[in-house]
Design a protein around this ligand. Structure first.
Ligand code: PNS
Length: 165
């Protein structure tokens, strides 16, 4: 019997991608045949980084992982997942406080599309305190984020802050 290939979507704002996201993504890439990391574009949110820069930052740090694709989407996540023939949505859980929000999101997504299963991966203990919003705040105030984000993101953060000087 032919082996069924499973595609998973790892969605998020990734504004910017952090080492915590990257850890989840790498773990997911060992569990599924293909993982699509998909930036959700929400016209009501004003991100720090443009869609183009976020895509570039993620492509740069994932170029050495063969089964990862980088993309973006608008609209409902489950519609996007169906379009991509994905059966799994991956979300990282850092602490119990994440769980309620993630649990509700998983239930809403399941009520919208029964065939897609949300899977939670536990974030590495080094990154349980880490979020993109903290990175933006610390970097904006001149703090060191070198142990929180990949190198190319540090460069983009510097570029952004210099431009706003
Ligand atoms: O990184 P984030 O901001 O926690 O990611 C949240 C995200 C983008 C995964 C979520 O808001 C989402 O799926 N947005 C797409 C719109 C959608 O499908 N909404 C219904 C499920 S909440």
């Amino acid at each position: 019997m032919e082996k069924k290939l499973i595609t998973a979507i790892y969605p998020g704002s990734f504004d910017p991608i952090t080492l915590g996201h990257l850890d989840i993504l790498k773990r997911a890439s060992t569990l599924f045949d293909k993982v699509i990391i998909a930036i959700a574009i929400n016209s009501e949110k004003k991100p720090l980084f443009s869609k183009k820069t976020r895509l570039k930052m993620i492509k740069d740090v994932t170029s050495n992982i063969p089964n990862i694709e980088v993309d973006n989407f608008t609209g409902l996540l489950v519609d996007y997942a169906k379009n991509k023939n994905a059966e799994v949505i991956i979300r990282g859980i850092r602490a119990l406080s994440d769980y309620e929000y993630e649990f509700n999101m998983a239930l809403i997504n399941r009520s919208l599309e029964e065939s897609i299963t949300t899977t939670f991966l536990v974030a590495h203990q080094n990154y349980t305190h880490l979020s993109s919003s903290l990175v933006r705040e610390v970097a904006g105030l001149g703090g060191d984020v070198s142990n929180l984000v990949p190198k190319n993101v540090i460069e983009e953060l510097k570029r952004k802050l210099d431009a706003n000087d």
